[in-house]
Ligand binder design. Structure first.
Ligand code: ZN
Length: 179
């Protein structure tokens, strides 16, 4: 599948709300698989359709401990519990990371690539990634969730959407604030 260009801020499509997918046909699946290849090429944990310029409710995820990528159509968060601060980055804001507030765990529902409804509870990185990618479908960026008084900072290793290992190792905190 073709590798697609990833849109970066301040592209207006990143601030638009994506539409519900009506049916999962070859066209939607081709788009989703192109998103998977694009995400893998960029070394990201997740990608939302807005980021490649398509306003459809499609997200893809690649958990570091899973072989297969996840594809979800019309993903929804049914319930959230608790709050925690986590470090986050985004392929649409390369070179920056920030500390944001995310849920402790979530209840998720969506359609998978076989058009089956999937429901599960998620925590840790999967929960964080689902919240981040579903935010994209609603035109929301992680910088909208920056923890109070926290600033964005620059990092030298780019392209990683999330990387829990790098907490505390980000280099040269910058005075750039985008929120
Ligand atoms: Zn993102």
């Amino acid at each position: 599948m073709p590798i697609l260009p990833i849109l970066e801020i301040p592209h207006p499509i990143l601030r638009k709300k994506a539409k519900k997918v009506r049916s999962i046909s070859k066209k939607e699946l081709t788009l989703a698989y192109s998103m998977v290849d694009t995400m893998r090429e960029a070394g990201g944990v997740g990608l939302a359709a807005n980021q490649i310029g398509e306003l459809w409710r499609i997200i893809v995820l690649q958990m570091p401990d899973e072989e297969e990528s996840r594809i979800y159509f019309n993903p929804q968060i049914i319930k959230t519990y608790g709050s925690r601060e986590v470090e986050e980055g985004c392929l649409s804001l390369p070179g920056y990371r920030g500390i944001v507030n995310r849920s402790m765990w979530i209840k998720f529902q969506g359609l998978d690539h076989t058009d089956q409804i999937v429901k599960f509870e998620a925590e840790n990185l999967l929960s964080q990634a689902l919240e981040h990618e579903i935010d994209h479908l609603n035109g929301i960026l992680y910088t909208d969730h920056l923890a109070e008084h926290q600033q964005l900072y620059t990092v030298t290793h780019e392209g990683e959407e999330f990387d829990e290992q790098s907490v505390g190792t980000a280099e040269s905190p910058a005075s750039i604030k985008i929120d």
